[in-house]
Design a protein around this ligand. Structure first.
Ligand code: C5P
Length: 232
């Protein structure tokens, strides 16, 4: 069964706690990203964990292997469940993250790799010196590298998850943002899938922010998405 993760894209710990309480029992997994973590630090992770929730700490590490290893250990000590790194950090960096996580045994955070930011297109690839490859080819290549180097899974656009989930080893996690129920506002997301389609394509975790946080009744919005996921 795929899990729903709500992106806690708010600015303060107080607001984060209030939103988690408002959404209630239906959702047990929250994503804390750069905006909230940079404002509030580990305290916000502890506050959401104290409400009994699982944490996806989405800080997308990309640094030398030793620094990433230590950052992953810090996340493991906080008790987070999922963490992100950039696959373009290379084999040694990905391996360092995976090994650091493994030290936590049964409580090890799962390491997810970002293959290529979905905001980047062909021209951006040329700018950074990756000429002669389409974004889709770059995604597949980075995905293979990440999984072969020990990553537990990938952050994947809903339009890529179908291809990736068929070509990578069983048990790989596919965490998919850009999910919009059929009648929802797209916001700034351009390439989206419905919850049911994302699940059918192999997403193990769906990340949803505004369709829940901005709904008149966030708990009901979350429940509707969960029902659609179960139906798939
Ligand atoms: O509000 P919305 O549902 O668009 O939120 C999606 C979340 O997933 C945001 O926190 C966004 O930063 C994150 N994300 C994304 N696309 C990616 C990677 C992360 O939308 N490629």
């Amino acid at each position: 069964m795929s899990e729903l993760i709500v992106a806690l894209d708010v600015q303060s710990r107080e607001e984060a706690v209030a939103r988690v309480k408002e959404i209630g029992e239906a959702v047990s997994f929250y994503k804390i990203g750069l905006e909230l973590y940079t404002a509030e630090g580990p305290d916000v992770v502890k506050a959401v964990k104290d409400l009994g929730k699982k944490i996806f700490l989405d800080l997308k590490f990309h640094d030398i292997p030793r620094t990433v290893e230590r950052a992953v250990k810090s996340g493991g000590k906080l008790g987070v469940d999922l963490m992100t790194i950039h696959a373009c950090g290379g084999n040694a960096m990905i391996r360092a993250a995976a090994d650091a996580a493994a030290e936590f045994g049964a409580a090890a955070p799962k390491i997810l790799a970002v293959t290529l930011l979905t905001s980047m297109d062909q021209a951006d690839l040329v700018d950074i010196g990756v000429a002669g490859r389409t974004p889709a080819e770059q995604v597949r290549s980075m995905a293979r590298l990440a999984v072969a180097s020990g990553a537990d899974g990938l952050v994947s656009s809903p339009l890529e998850v179908g291809v990736l989930s068929k070509s990578l080893r069983k048990g790989t996690l596919f965490v998919t943002p850009g999910v919009r129920p059929a009648n929802a506002e797209l916001g700034d997301q351009k390439r989206v899938a419905t919850p049911a389609n994302a699940v059918r394509d192999g997403a193990t975790h769906l990340v949803v922010g505004r369709p829940i946080l901005c709904a008149p009744d966030p708990a009901a919005a979350a429940a509707a998405i969960l029902a659609e996921m179960r139906g798939a």
